[in-house]
Unconditional design. Structure first.
Length: 437
């Protein structure tokens, strides 16, 4: 098919809810390592990684070689049959969870399914039904996970009942009008207020992303999750860490994002970077929580031999190449360069994130913090012209999300920053005039 035929087929045969970032859809032909090529032969430096999914580079040779070997041996059996790849992956995951306490896994196909499984496990374990989630969160596209999600944009139809939303730790736009650290982390205390005022007082649990992904890589202060986890326990619930975007070393130095806050969750979920593009979902829990799911369940494609082979290969590659350390180092270097851009471009209101999960929030005026939503779209188009790919997010559509593969180097950051600088310049003059006015 030609590029035009592909675009036409997308319009004619896919649901209209399938959207694209650019005015003219970018049709990808192939990819390798940190680069992708479009149908016209143009090459782009990928600093979004398919929405924080390409963790060890596109078409990683070590990972794909193991997948090819497994394809020739066993492609599919379903969860009603035992197989070595699934068992090996579960055993490996149990050895690297926080404090080695989460040791029982259930595999599915996506983060949405993983989160659905986690909520079911929490309800089975506690005997309660109500769940606390956070505003600005994103947890999936099913009816249940849309109810958990704290953004109207991603809620389609009629969300399920039984979910309440507390304020998130959005320091740049503090919902209480306070400033950290003098605020006393009031947003964490809000979780208890929400439980006491909007639930029965006995909850099944709370689900939270350590760093909110679609929300715009909102990163809580160090005190936030220890306080919140304690409150959840006080009211009988389990704490679920949604690691779909923060897992597998992405935040630097630790396997899982929640470890950066020193918190041991009862359940963790993941997907995306675990498979490096191969569909897989994970729900891993403490034994007592997993054992509470009495009866039987099944996932036709969960624990697929090829998918679990890929996931185990990804984890092995991260270990062998010491990518958690590389993520911390290169991520720190990237953060410094983004801070330099903030000094140069008035449109950048905030820089935040951790490791190779970084974001810049764009505003038309730094004092009022008015979201620069239209300008963000302009900058994305300019970035495409400058041959770099990055993501968009935030409640107001004004956050640029940056999440390249974890095996990039500082030279890749330099190339990216140079092109991002040029892309930001399309709005610099207008914003500077507005700021002076």
């Amino acid at each position: 098919m030609t590029k035009e035929e592909i675009i036409l087929a997308n319009k004619e045969f896919l649901f209209p809810s399938v959207f694209h970032y650019f005015k003219e859809p970018l049709v990808i032909s192939h990819a390798k390592d940190q680069y992708v090529w479009d149908m016209d032969g143009k090459v782009y430096l990928d600093f979004f990684g398919g929405i924080v999914t390409v963790s060890v580079g596109h078409c990683n040779e070590q990972v794909t070689a193991k997948m090819h070997k497994q394809l020739d041996r066993l492609h599919h059996v379903s969860t009603v049959f035992a197989n070595e790849p699934q068992a090996a992956l579960a055993k490996k995951i149990a050895s690297i969870t926080p404090n080695g306490k989460l040791t029982k896994s259930f595999f599915t196909n996506s983060g949405t399914e993983a989160n659905e499984t986690a909520i079911l496990a929490a309800r089975c374990y506690t005997g309660a039904s109500e769940i606390v989630a956070l505003r600005h969160s994103y947890h999936g596209r099913s009816a249940g996970t849309m109810a958990l999600t704290g953004q109207s944009t991603w809620k389609l139809g009629m969300p399920q009942a039984g979910v309440v939303h507390a304020h998130n730790a959005y320091c740049y736009r503090c919902p209480f009008g306070l400033s950290y650290p003098d605020c006393g982390v009031k947003c964490a205390e809000d979780v208890e207020d929400v439980i006491r005022s909007t639930t029965s007082g006995r909850i099944a649990g709370m689900i939270a992303e350590p760093i909110q992904g679609v929300g715009g890589f909102i990163t809580p202060p160090k005190e936030y999750f220890p306080i919140v986890a304690g409150i959840v326990k006080k009211y009988g619930g389990v704490f679920i860490s949604d690691e779909v975007q923060t897992g597998w070393g992405r935040t630097g130095g630790k396997w899982f994002g929640i470890e950066q806050w020193g918190v041991e969750p009862d359940i963790m979920t993941s997907a995306k970077g675990l498979g490096n593009g191969t569909p897989i979902g994970l729900t891993v829990a403490k034994p007592e929580v997993a054992d509470a799911m009495k009866g039987v369940t099944i996932s036709t494609f969960g624990g697929n031999p090829v998918a679990t082979t890929a996931a185990k290969a990804v984890i092995d590659f991260i270990e062998e190449q010491n990518l958690m350390a590389n993520t911390a180092d290169v991520g720190g270097y990237l953060r410094g360069k983004l801070e330099e851009l903030k000094d140069k471009h008035e449109i950048i209101g905030d820089v935040r994130g951790m490791g190779l999960l970084q974001a810049i929030e764009l505003v038309t005026d730094r004092k009022s913090k008015t979201p620069a939503a239209a300008e963000t779209l302009q900058i994305l188009e300019a970035a495409r012209e400058n041959r770099i790919l990055l993501g968009k997010g935030g409640m107001y559509g004004n956050v640029l999300r940056i999440s390249p593969p974890m095996n990039i180097g500082r030279s890749d950051v330099d190339n990216f920053i140079s092109m991002l600088d040029k892309s930001l310049a399309v709005c610099s003059v207008a914003t500077s005039v507005g700021a002076r006015g």
